[in-house]
Write a protein that binds this ligand. Structure first.
Ligand SMILES: Cc1ncc(COP(=O)(O)O)c(C=O)c1O
Length: 419
């Protein structure tokens, strides 16, 4: 019989195989200093384009102050136990009520982590007779939630309404046999390429098909819509989203998340979300911090305005210089270049070492072979000067990518990899 670990010793996986070249630099890098537009990487100053601190709250003095005061008052333990048992407080309730009002829903429920919460919400919403229809490019937490489902599931092509409709037809036939219902899952903003989920078109299908819609709006919350209530507000269909999800990990610059829906649905979920029933309550420090952040989202529209000033300057600057930024309809700013993984490594090294630009790099298998995706997250704490320096740097690296400089530089990496 084989040792369980045999496969692990043999194959580190499609990303893991690059660990010896990549770790500490391309993956698991250590950004140092206060979270802001400029931080330090390996002792060098870099403009940081890889942190989801959309509204610049992570290091805002008012936020830092309230976080410190809450830590002083409550420590990091309080309250102990799960919400159902001993971890429930007035402030947890207050935050839920304020979040529900902010996203225009009757009720909300807190989640300790977005990832776990999503998995658990999908799990709690369906039983084995139900059918899930979800976007094929969904975030890993949605996929993991769907994995728990004992019944049928169908993917539809990414943001493709025709494909969704085909799958809804299949799902409807199946649901008539099983006696179950249909859950459609999409994202408000797809975090890798930045396009919004076609919520308006999805919702329009409700006239023809009987389904409930669950939207993960991690990147839309705080950044889209007139009041910042997210992609549903932006597209004018917030009321038609049956279960709305957002995390505190992005615009709110913290930890935690929530779901919002009609009161009866939230009342059901709070008794059925296994990740919350059997896990310690969100600690008070985070609850107090979230109340403050939410208040800032409500009362400081300039945060979102500053964010969009930077987003617009960066995206239009890139387009003017002829860069392919795909189909983004959000703050997420992808730049697509053509090249191999070793070329991508040489290019990113040049960006960091010689131009002081730090952005995330995404390669195969996350995107198709031969493409390099530099993913940038503009924030309210960036300046137009940051944008200008970045645009200059991007023009320089494109020249070097096209004249074969990175191919030559990467030869050593390829030789080391035996490729
Ligand atoms: C689309 C999406 N959903 C869910 C999550 C998970 O949220 P959290 O970081 O709170 O676990 C993320 C990442 O933060 C995300 O990008």
């Amino acid at each position: 019989m084989k040792d369980l670990f045999a496969k692990i010793y043999k194959d580190k996986g499609p990303l893991g195989k690059w660990a010896s070249q990549a770790e500490g630099y391309f993956v698991f890098p250590k950004l140092e200093g206060e979270i802001s537009n400029r931080m330090k990487f390996q002792g060098k100053d870099v403009i940081t384009w890889s942190i989801n601190d959309y509204l610049g709250l992570a290091n805002h003095p008012e936020v830092r102050k309230i976080d410190a005061e809450a830590a002083e008052k409550y420590g990091s333990a309080y309250p102990m136990g799960a919400r159902m048992m001993s971890g429930h407080t007035d402030l947890h309730e207050q935050l839920q009520n304020e979040l529900a009002a902010f996203v225009n829903k009757e009720a909300a429920y807190l989640l300790n982590f977005g990832y776990q919460g999503m998995v658990s919400t999908v799990d709690a919403l369906v039983s084995k007779d139900d059918i899930i229809v979800y976007d094929v490019d969904s975030h890993a937490c949605i996929i993991d939630g769907v994995r728990l489902h004992m019944g049928k599931r169908f993917t539809f092509k990414h943001n493709d309404i025709e494909s969704l409709e085909k799958n809804l037809e299949r799902a409807t036939k199946m649901a008539e046999q099983t006696g179950g219902g249909i859950l459609v899952i999409s994202e408000g903003v797809f975090g890798m390429r930045g396009e919004q989920g076609k919520l308006k078109e999805i919702v329009a299908l409700k006239k023809k098909y009987n389904f409930r819609l669950f939207v993960d709006d991690a990147h839309g919350f705080g950044t889209l819509g007139k009041t910042g209530a997210g992609a549903g507000e932006e597209q004018g269909v917030q009321d038609e989203i049956d279960v709305y999800f957002a995390t505190f990990a992005k615009s709110m610059a913290s930890t935690g998340a929530f779901i919002a829906a009609d009161k009866e649905i939230i009342d059901y979920l709070k008794y059925n979300l296994r990740s919350q029933m059997f896990a310690k309550s969100l600690q008070m420090q985070l609850v107090v911090g979230a109340l403050k952040r939410l208040d800032m989202l409500r009362t400081m529209p300039e945060l979102k305005e500053n964010l969009w000033k930077i987003v617009n300057a960066l995206q239009s600057g890139l387009k003017e210089r002829g860069f392919d930024i795909g189909t983004t309809q959000s703050c997420v700013t992808p730049v697509y270049l053509k090249g191999s993984i070793p070329e991508a490594m040489a290019l990113v090294k040049d960006l960091r070492e010689n131009h002081g630009i730090f952005c995330s790099i995404v390669v195969y298998p996350v995107i198709p072979k031969g493409l390099i995706l530099l993913r940038m997250i503009p924030t309210a704490s960036h300046t137009l000067q940051d944008v200008e320096e970045t645009l200059e740097a991007f023009s320089a690296i494109r020249t070097r990518l096209e004249d074969g400089t990175y191919k030559r530089l990467s030869a050593a990496v390829m030789a080391a990899m035996g490729e």
